[in-house]
Design a binder for this molecule. Structure first.
Ligand SMILES: Cc1cc2nc3c(=O)[nH]c(=O)nc-3n(C[C@H](O)[C@H](O)[C@H](O)COP(=O)(O)OP(=O)(O)OC[C@H]3O[C@@H](n4cnc5c(N)ncnc54)[C@H](O)[C@@H]3O)c2cc1C
Length: 407
């Protein structure tokens, strides 16, 4: 990657991507054909320093965070030529087991029912980051890292960016993929709707006394949903939702006490839990930006939508956005349109609006349906789960949506 800091201050680029996290880095990789064949000038700005050696032997960590990737996303990574590297540390989800604490209903979704080898894959975030950053390093693009975009200002030709390392960029299209917490969105006057769930997700690696067999578990409790996702080997990633404040005691508990509490909440369906890694807590809200495009600007990933993680949809949704933006850019270039032109961004918005709306409604509905506690609703939920088990088409729809093959 070329280093544009210093001498290249106030350089003009076609596209500036603010944030080289999972979404910004995926976009950088997906732009490769347009960089190579159409000569597009792209810069990626990432605030956090990267590991020194992206090719050093991979040390799997029991504490690593991981994400469930839908089969639709696997297909996109195949198209980008990244899957052969990602799969090295991926664990396939062969079955999904959905249950509710204190109720009889259980739903099982199997990959073979959908003529698929897997319902999805679970990949450590750090491995995804490494694969994406290795690919970025091979591309002729401007790479500013570590550097933070401190100022953003609309100008007639796009946006002007001031970086913490002193560089200045002027971009025809600026993609805000900063995760939504840097204040840049607010500085542009883009408001967000925020609805706190009053819940916190506690994340940790877990190991049981028997192999997980590629089963992902979703369990709904009155305190909120919990999920166990299979990782390579025998470990699983736990996502355990707590009412805000309740997580403190579980963060502070000894490993033994924590495992005993988890066992009580989860039952024996995944075996006896015997090891837990470092625990992390994430407060949960539904955050959606009121605008996701303006002339010369696209807002993507968590900056556009931060969802409850129980349905594992946030990154999958964002990756579809990445693919749609690249498609809109390419057809715009064919028509002679610049990357930041209103026509290109309107096409992107047209492609995205329905998917975004459906996934946000689906994830939010899932949390609300199973998070509410009333006797009537509890029966309805249990019946819903049993009903899902009994009615094939509905179950298949849920599975197809979880796989990301149905929008
Ligand atoms: C507990 C949990 C579990 C999840 N599990 C799943 C799952 O199983 N499947 C799924 O699909 N999704 C999942 N998600 C959602 C997924 O993690 C997000 O969709 C994804 O991380 C969003 O990536 P991003 O690149 O938009 O944001 P981020 O990952 O926040 O990256 C933003 C990047 O921008 C950089 N940055 C910030 N400000 C600046 C600035 N001013 N200048 C330059 N750089 C800047 C940051 O350093 C960072 O690297 C989960 C989320 C949570 C919280």
């Amino acid at each position: 990657m070329s280093d544009m800091t210093g001498d290249d201050a106030s350089r003009r680029v076609d596209i500036a991507i603010i944030g080289g996290g999972l979404v910004g880095a995926s976009l950088g990789c997906a732009l490769a054909p347009l960089i190579r064949r159409r000569g597009l000038e792209v810069a990626v700005i990432e605030a956090a320093p990267l590991p020194e050696d992206l090719h050093a032997p991979w040390q799997p960590s029991f504490d690593a965070r991981a994400s469930a990737i839908a089969q639709g996303s696997v297909q996109h990574f195949r198209e980008l030529g990244l899957w052969s590297a990602l799969v090295e540390q991926a664990a396939p989800i062969r079955r999904i087991h959905v249950s509710e604490q204190g109720r009889l209903g259980v739903t099982r979704l199997r990959a073979e029912e959908l003529d698929s080898e897997a319902l999805g894959q679970v990949i450590p975030n750090a491995w995804m980051g490494r694969v994406l950053h290795r690919r970025l390093a091979d591309l002729p693009l401007g790479w500013h890292c570590p550097a933070r975009v401190e100022e953003i200002e609309p100008v007639p030709s796009g946006h002007r960016l001031a970086l913490s390392d002193g560089a200045r960029l002027e971009a025809g299209l600026t993609v805000l993929a900063d995760g939504g917490r840097s204040g840049l969105k607010e500085r542009l006057g883009i408001e967000s709707r925020e609805r706190p769930y009053e819940q916190v997700a506690l994340i940790a690696s877990i190991e049981a006394d028997r192999p997980h067999g590629g089963v992902a578990y979703e369990r709904f409790t009155t305190a909120g949903p919990m999920a166990l996702l299979p990782l390579r080997g025998q470990a699983m990633e736990l996502v355990w939702t707590h009412e805000a404040g309740q997580e403190q005691q579980r963060l502070a508990a000894s490993d033994g006490d924590f495992l005993a509490q988890l066992q009580r909440a989860f039952g024996d369906r995944a075996g006896r839990f015997r090891r837990v890694g470092r625990r992390h807590a994430y407060p949960l809200s539904l955050v959606t930006a009121r605008e996701t495009t303006r002339p010369g600007l696209a807002v993507m990933g968590n900056a556009a939508h931060a969802l409850h993680p129980v349905a594992g949809q946030g990154f999958n949704l964002a990756l579809r956005g990445v693919m749609d933006l690249v498609a809109a850019l390419e057809s715009g270039l064919d028509r002679g349109e610049a990357p930041g032109s209103p026509a290109v961004l309107q096409e992107f918005e047209r492609r995205r609006a329905g998917d975004r709306h459906n996934v946000i409604r689906f994830s939010d509905g899932l949390v609300r349906l199973f998070g509410l506690d009333s006797a009537l609703l509890s029966h309805a939920r249990a019946a819903g789960l049993v009903g899902l088990n009994l009615t094939g088409p509905l179950r298949r729809t849920l599975a197809r949506r979880a796989m990301g093959v149905e929008r």
